[in-house]
Design a protein around this ligand. Sequence first.
Ligand SMILES: *[C@@H]1O[C@H](CO)[C@@H](O)[C@H](O)[C@H]1NC(C)=O
Ligand SMILES: *[C@@H]1O[C@H](CO)[C@@H](O)[C@H](O)[C@H]1NC(C)=O
Ligand SMILES: *[C@@H]1O[C@H](CO)[C@@H](O)[C@H](O)[C@H]1NC(C)=O
Ligand SMILES: *[C@@H]1O[C@H](CO)[C@@H](O)[C@H](O)[C@H]1NC(C)=O
Ligand SMILES: *[C@@H]1O[C@H](CO)[C@@H](O)[C@H](O)[C@H]1NC(C)=O
Length: 481
Amino acid sequence: MALYQHLASLLLLIRLVASLAVDTSNATYWFAQPVDHFGNTSSGLAQWQQQYMINATYYQPGGPVFLITPGETPLTRYYADTTHLNTLAQSLHALVVAIEHRFYGDSNPTLDLSAASLQYLTIPNVLADFASFTRSVKQQPSKVFPGLAVPENSRVIFFGGSYAGNVAAWMRSEYPELIDGAWASSAVVYGRLQDYQYDQRFGAHLQSLGCGQCFAQAVSDLDQMLLSNDPQELLAAQQKFGIPELSASDTAALISALVSATANEPVSQMGDPMLPAVCAFFNTSSCIDGYAAATNAAIQMMGLLPQQLLIMGNSSLALDYDALGQVPRVWYYQMCSWFGGWQVPPPASMHLTPYRSQLLDLDYWQGNCQKKFGTGVAVPVDVEGYNRRWFDTLRGVSNIYYTAGELEIWRDSTVVVESSLLGDVASGSRIRLIEGANHGQDIQAESDLDLDTVKEARRVGDRLVRRWLNLRTSHGPRSCR
Ligand SMILES: *[C@@H]1O[C@H](CO)[C@@H](O)[C@H](O)[C@H]1NC(C)=O
Ligand SMILES: *[C@@H]1O[C@H](CO)[C@@H](O)[C@H](O)[C@H]1NC(C)=O
Ligand SMILES: *[C@@H]1O[C@H](CO)[C@@H](O)[C@H](O)[C@H]1NC(C)=O
Ligand SMILES: *[C@@H]1O[C@H](CO)[C@@H](O)[C@H](O)[C@H]1NC(C)=O
Ligand SMILES: *[C@@H]1O[C@H](CO)[C@@H](O)[C@H](O)[C@H]1NC(C)=O
């Protein structure tokens, strides 16, 4: 007994010493990358610095490295410290590394966001950045993790949600020698030029909450005002909805974006956030009044001032100058030049109920591409070519976990719907629909109030990660080693 206690305190001491040796600070790290991995770097800076953050709280030398990127949003500590990765890192003694995507946040290959600079925003360049970093993780760990005892040749799992889920899946398909597996949560890998399916999923969500009919009626009533060609009618609509003076199309796009702002929010045991944020306002006899009330409430909830609404609304959610730091502009470039995904109402010939304005057609969105980037982008974007190169490439790839929430508006762009196009699921890969859940919930921060279906999707993913790493399923986080 005494001997056992001695051993236990010795082990505790070793753990304490080991944890003193690891870097548990908030430090931000930088990794040098070329502007263009595939040739011409004469324009702009030849090299730039890619930002990353680490969390070594649960790391033990020899454990795997979990890489995550926020994708199209700036990097914050949330990604290094707070997601489901950290829970899994505890039982697998993993190092969590969150790394920013080129052109977002502080990871800028060029000095501005002009069309000439954004030509370096290509999928092969994005993936080559992460591959180059991963190579250093494996070959020169002391360089990328100063002060941490990370041996060479760590196993690496890549995680991402939404577009970052695409990146995770592509990292596994393009660089299988570097990436042992990918957790692609709600990855929107299937491109659609005119994504009316998005509109229909949004409508189905509203229908399931009981306000779909009235919402559709309100959209149609508002269109009467927006399409009237009468400036007084347009102004009256803008005043009713709390929108500044914009073109009719920009007004429609802004209202649509504001009122669907909660459509991606997580559903928990506390309920569905779309109910209080949208459907609750359709309690009046006039549908358009309910729509206006929901829009005004969204503006108030987000604390948006008229000047901010004007900037958001002008040419649809993107500023039109070249300065760095404009997330919507960079994302718009990706849509204009990679995969479209324009959120249009369904074509009239299909006789489906639309949940957005008729003004939001392909011409409107593509016109914005040319306004923003000039001839720097070709219109229309070659979505078929994109799918051939970047969707078909995922066929037969092992060790990818794809998830999608039942309610999510992007569902028709995920493989959970397109699985027949993807073909047979390869060895070590899985596809899972998460009942009752929304976008990307399985890798987000955990809470006791999470849906059971979300918790189960995590357990399935955790087992897959263990399998990719050739680890036996553990019976608890404190297994003896
Ligand atoms: C990390 O940074 C946050 C905010 O910048 C600060 O509140 C916190 O104390 C820091 N933690 C450590 C461990 O340095
Ligand atoms: C490299 O890019 C610059 C600026 O875009 C251009 O002037 C030059 O001709 C390019 N060189 C090659 C070899 O493509
Ligand atoms: C790292 O992750 C752990 C677990 O999620 C968390 O408790 C800690 O605050 C995080 N941050 C740092 C700097 O260690
Ligand atoms: C929208 O932006 C364009 C170009 O940046 C500008 O010329 C125009 O005045 C703006 N319109 C409004 C309503 O602010
Ligand atoms: C309708 O619902 C909204 C949002 O919950 C509430 O603020 C408003 O008082 C309700 N109006 C009526 C007439 O019940």
